[in-house]
Design a protein around this ligand. Structure first.
Ligand SMILES: [Zn+2]
Length: 158
Protein backbone atom coordinates (compact mmCIF):
# COMPACT_ATOMS: atom_id res chain seq x y z
CA UNK A 1 0.00 0.00 0.00
CA UNK A 2 1.20 3.49 -0.79
CA UNK A 3 2.06 5.66 2.19
CA UNK A 4 0.03 8.86 1.89
CA UNK A 5 1.30 11.57 4.23
CA UNK A 6 -2.16 13.14 4.65
CA UNK A 7 -3.45 9.86 6.09
CA UNK A 8 -0.63 9.72 8.67
CA UNK A 9 -1.56 13.12 10.12
CA UNK A 10 -3.48 12.78 13.39
CA UNK A 11 -6.49 14.92 12.55
CA UNK A 12 -7.53 15.02 16.22
CA UNK A 13 -4.31 16.89 17.15
CA UNK A 14 -4.49 19.85 14.76
CA UNK A 15 -5.88 23.29 15.55
CA UNK A 16 -7.56 24.89 12.53
CA UNK A 17 -7.40 27.28 10.77
CA UNK A 18 -3.76 26.72 9.78
CA UNK A 19 -1.29 26.31 6.93
CA UNK A 20 0.91 23.22 7.00
CA UNK A 21 3.66 22.16 4.60
CA UNK A 22 2.77 18.55 3.78
CA UNK A 23 5.75 17.67 1.59
CA UNK A 24 8.45 18.96 -0.73
CA UNK A 25 9.60 16.90 -3.68
CA UNK A 26 12.54 17.38 -6.01
CA UNK A 27 12.18 16.25 -9.61
CA UNK A 28 14.90 14.64 -11.76
CA UNK A 29 16.05 18.03 -13.06
CA UNK A 30 16.14 19.64 -9.62
CA UNK A 31 12.84 21.48 -9.69
CA UNK A 32 11.19 21.56 -6.28
CA UNK A 33 7.44 21.42 -5.79
CA UNK A 34 5.62 21.70 -2.48
CA UNK A 35 2.22 20.62 -1.23
CA UNK A 36 0.41 22.45 1.58
CA UNK A 37 -2.61 21.75 3.76
CA UNK A 38 -4.72 24.92 3.95
CA UNK A 39 -7.07 23.91 6.76
CA UNK A 40 -10.07 26.18 7.12
CA UNK A 41 -12.21 24.25 9.63
CA UNK A 42 -11.56 21.85 12.48
CA UNK A 43 -11.59 18.28 11.09
CA UNK A 44 -14.57 16.14 12.12
CA UNK A 45 -16.33 19.09 13.71
CA UNK A 46 -17.42 21.29 10.80
CA UNK A 47 -17.31 21.26 7.01
CA UNK A 48 -17.89 23.78 4.25
CA UNK A 49 -21.06 23.18 2.16
CA UNK A 50 -20.30 22.25 -1.46
CA UNK A 51 -21.62 25.46 -3.04
CA UNK A 52 -19.46 27.58 -0.74
CA UNK A 53 -16.29 25.48 -1.13
CA UNK A 54 -16.80 25.40 -4.91
CA UNK A 55 -16.98 29.21 -5.12
CA UNK A 56 -13.99 29.50 -2.77
CA UNK A 57 -12.10 27.18 -5.13
CA UNK A 58 -12.80 29.48 -8.09
CA UNK A 59 -11.83 32.57 -6.06
CA UNK A 60 -8.63 31.07 -4.59
CA UNK A 61 -7.51 29.97 -8.08
CA UNK A 62 -7.65 33.61 -9.11
CA UNK A 63 -6.85 35.73 -6.04
CA UNK A 64 -4.16 33.57 -4.42
CA UNK A 65 -2.16 33.63 -7.69
CA UNK A 66 -2.02 37.43 -7.45
CA UNK A 67 -0.40 37.21 -4.02
CA UNK A 68 1.85 34.14 -4.15
CA UNK A 69 4.30 33.16 -6.90
CA UNK A 70 4.57 29.70 -8.37
CA UNK A 71 1.07 28.35 -7.72
CA UNK A 72 0.37 25.15 -9.66
CA UNK A 73 -2.99 24.24 -8.16
CA UNK A 74 -5.43 24.89 -5.29
CA UNK A 75 -8.02 22.12 -4.84
CA UNK A 76 -10.61 21.36 -2.17
CA UNK A 77 -10.24 18.37 0.15
CA UNK A 78 -12.94 15.75 -0.24
CA UNK A 79 -13.68 16.16 3.48
CA UNK A 80 -14.53 19.82 2.74
CA UNK A 81 -12.47 21.20 5.64
CA UNK A 82 -9.85 22.93 3.47
CA UNK A 83 -7.67 22.89 0.35
CA UNK A 84 -4.46 21.50 -1.07
CA UNK A 85 -2.06 24.09 -2.44
CA UNK A 86 0.68 22.89 -4.83
CA UNK A 87 3.51 25.28 -5.71
CA UNK A 88 6.79 25.51 -7.60
CA UNK A 89 9.36 26.14 -4.86
CA UNK A 90 8.64 26.26 -1.16
CA UNK A 91 7.23 29.49 0.23
CA UNK A 92 7.16 29.48 4.06
CA UNK A 93 3.93 28.56 5.85
CA UNK A 94 3.94 32.12 7.19
CA UNK A 95 4.02 33.58 3.66
CA UNK A 96 1.21 31.26 2.56
CA UNK A 97 -0.90 32.01 5.66
CA UNK A 98 -0.41 35.76 5.19
CA UNK A 99 -1.41 35.61 1.51
CA UNK A 100 -4.42 33.44 2.34
CA UNK A 101 -5.55 35.83 5.09
CA UNK A 102 -5.36 38.69 2.60
CA UNK A 103 -7.33 36.75 -0.02
CA UNK A 104 -10.09 35.76 2.41
CA UNK A 105 -10.34 39.35 3.69
CA UNK A 106 -10.74 40.54 0.08
CA UNK A 107 -13.45 37.92 -0.53
CA UNK A 108 -15.39 39.05 2.56
CA UNK A 109 -15.06 42.79 1.94
CA UNK A 110 -14.85 43.27 -1.81
CA UNK A 111 -15.84 40.31 -3.96
CA UNK A 112 -19.03 40.60 -6.01
CA UNK A 113 -20.59 37.83 -8.07
CA UNK A 114 -19.29 39.48 -11.29
CA UNK A 115 -15.74 39.02 -9.92
CA UNK A 116 -16.00 35.21 -9.68
CA UNK A 117 -14.33 33.72 -12.76
CA UNK A 118 -15.39 30.62 -14.67
CA UNK A 119 -18.92 30.18 -13.38
CA UNK A 120 -20.83 29.59 -16.62
CA UNK A 121 -21.85 26.32 -18.22
CA UNK A 122 -18.84 26.33 -20.57
CA UNK A 123 -16.12 26.90 -17.98
CA UNK A 124 -17.33 24.99 -14.90
CA UNK A 125 -18.28 21.37 -14.32
CA UNK A 126 -21.19 22.18 -12.00
CA UNK A 127 -22.02 25.82 -12.60
CA UNK A 128 -25.36 25.56 -10.73
CA UNK A 129 -23.64 24.69 -7.45
CA UNK A 130 -22.05 27.97 -6.36
CA UNK A 131 -22.60 30.16 -3.33
CA UNK A 132 -20.78 33.45 -2.97
CA UNK A 133 -22.85 34.10 0.15
CA UNK A 134 -21.54 30.84 1.65
CA UNK A 135 -17.98 31.53 0.47
CA UNK A 136 -18.04 34.87 2.27
CA UNK A 137 -19.55 33.38 5.45
CA UNK A 138 -16.89 30.66 5.70
CA UNK A 139 -14.07 33.06 4.75
CA UNK A 140 -15.31 35.27 7.60
CA UNK A 141 -15.19 32.35 10.08
CA UNK A 142 -11.60 31.60 9.08
CA UNK A 143 -10.30 35.16 9.33
CA UNK A 144 -12.12 35.78 12.60
CA UNK A 145 -10.38 32.72 14.09
CA UNK A 146 -7.09 33.70 12.40
CA UNK A 147 -4.81 31.50 10.29
CA UNK A 148 -1.91 29.89 12.16
CA UNK A 149 1.37 29.04 10.41
CA UNK A 150 1.66 26.03 12.75
CA UNK A 151 -0.91 23.19 12.66
CA UNK A 152 -0.46 22.14 16.30
CA UNK A 153 0.16 25.44 18.13
CA UNK A 154 -1.89 28.55 17.48
CA UNK A 155 0.49 31.07 15.93
CA UNK A 156 -1.83 33.36 14.01
CA UNK A 157 -0.23 35.46 11.26
CA UNK A 158 -1.09 39.13 10.83
ZN1 LIG B 1 -16.35 24.99 -10.98
Amino acid sequence: MAEVESFTLDHTKVKAPYVRLIAEETGKKGDVIANYDLRFLQPNEKEIPTGAIHTLEHLLADLLRDRLDGIIDVSPFGCRTGFHLITWGTPSSTEVATALTDVLTTIVNETKWEDVQGVDIKSCGNYRDHSLFGAKEYAKLVIEAGISDDPFERNVVK
